[in-house]
Design a protein around this ligand. Sequence first.
Ligand code: SF4
Length: 214
Amino acid sequence: MLLEQNQQTTIESTIATLPVMEAFYTLQGEGAHTGRAAYFIRLGGCDVGCFWCDVKESWDVNAHPKLSIQSIVDGALEYPGRMAVITGGEPLMHDLTELTVALQKAGFQTNIETSGVCKAVTGSWDWICFSPKKFKAPNPDIYNKANELKVIIYNQSDFAFAESFVPHLRPDCRLFLQTEWGRSNEMLPRIVEYVKDHPQWQISLQTHKYMDIP
Ligand code: SF4
């Protein structure tokens, strides 16, 4: 009986699972891939603590069903788009190697949106959107891996925060400034002027919110 229990434990522990808060097919609304069809996989768990976070329900890693890698990939395969966006929460709280390898084997482009707060940047990525937050420092390991820097502008000091990362990034890293949604009225005109004066930056709009889609 003890042997059977041990065998069962071993079998279960080899089946990788991840906590999935939600997964849905929509258009990427932000950043470099704006407008493209994408399957979003929102993983549970985040300890960054942004006070303006609009997905606070993602923070508790134990509040979401743990799904097998295969079932996550099967869910993505139900739709014709072949771009998968792993988001959170803070997805790099988890080892994403198995998920990304499985998605790529199934024909998906693997994109991630991350604050970079992690012990290690795990996973096989086609596109890394690095979105650092003031509330917790990122692991510098992400600097030379990021394809895109996207900084949320909540107040004026966030422009300097955004600039502080640029010297550490690859020369081809795309640079985006995006207003925090609730502060659009005040910050959007400032971002427009900033981009006009600093044309290495682009504005990123949360176009999915304007379109009223997920
Ligand atoms: S890193 Fe993202 S999910 Fe985590 S608190 Fe900040 S905005 Fe929310």
